[in-house]
Design a protein. Sequence first.
Length: 452
Amino acid sequence: MNPSDEQRAHRLLVIDDNPSIHKDFESILLDEDDRSTLNSLRSEMFGNGASTSVMTSVYQLDFASQGKEGCEKAKIARSEGHPYEVMFVDMRMPPGWDGLQTIEQIWEIDPDIQAVICTAYSDYSWGEITERLGRSDKLLILKKPFDSAEVAQLASALTEKWHLTQQAALKTEELEQRVEERTNALTQANERLKEEIVEREEAQRQQAELLGTVENMNKELKDFASIVSHDLKAPLRGIKALATWIMDDCSDKLGEEANEQLNMLVNRVDKMYELVDGVLRYSRAGRTEENPLQIDLNKYIPDIIDMLAPPENIQITFESTMPVIECEQTRILQLFQNLLGNAIKYNDKPKGQIKIDCVEEGDFWKFSIADNGPGIEEKHFERIFKMFQILTVTDKPEGTGVGLTIAKKITEMCGGTIWVESQLGKGSTFFFTLPKKKTRINHAKLKANTTR
């Protein structure tokens, strides 16, 4: 109950056809002389804390002589938002409704009113009363002639009970509202969860379809590789062999122009063979699954260099100690082989220099392969990593344009990146990164060494 409720007058309705009874209630509940008696009674019943609220509150009494009149007053009071808390109802009120009928009618309008039946006669037994009104904790009987203290006790106790009932109802309503809000929130969350489950199932279905599509594409790629290997390379070998036989057997009869054209044919067959072989190597890059191995690049890279067999005028040096990394051997072989092979193949200087370096950069190893070759224009930096993109920078035979594409594919599959920095005429530096996870440094300090 808030402070405004405590200051508000307790509304009581007295329904009795005897005007003297009205005056008796006024005398008991409203006279100043009886205020101390009321406070004392309330203090005894509800404790010392209750007496303070009585000192600041009063009863507001309304009277009716007949049941219908009292019913109308109860209706008006409820519509005004200040309903009656207790009604004292006489049992006999001829010629109108009796007390039971009056209570029945008023409870239909306001079922919360505490009712006290005032009677001097045994018009109805308790069983008959409860049969009519039902067993209710809002119903009491006051025998006439009544005692003033008894009326005061009933008024104090029943108004307090009415207020406590209202408070409980408000709290119950508030609790029900919170439960409803929480239920609605849970319902909405459940609906969202259902939607997410449906979306996830759809995503899983699409993923399964995609995986199936990828699997089919991989199978088709493998089939394509087989077709290229057998059905394309075999005819090329036949064409080259036939052209070579003609040149060997008939070169003196064909003339200079015909021999030149046959040489051109053989060169173009070789070029076609290299292109087919490049396609095969690109399709296989990353497809082979191997168990990762601990590879000491200080020992492994020199083996790759020996395999590439650079010419005597090319010097390859290590600028720092290489790490020991955990990786798939074939992939790391292809990566260094393609980058070093390019640096060797396209170096146009009488004294070619290739420098291999590695530094730590956060969670990655950053490798670099620098050369003093012809260099690359900046506008071609992205193009050179695309399939079959070749830059003619020397008078040496052109490559296939696949090596850097394979290097890019392997680097990205390992979780790294690759890029180039270059100046035309001053050489190029290819950088690539590999994650340091599952890697460790070989703590043996190796001095920078030179091969070739």
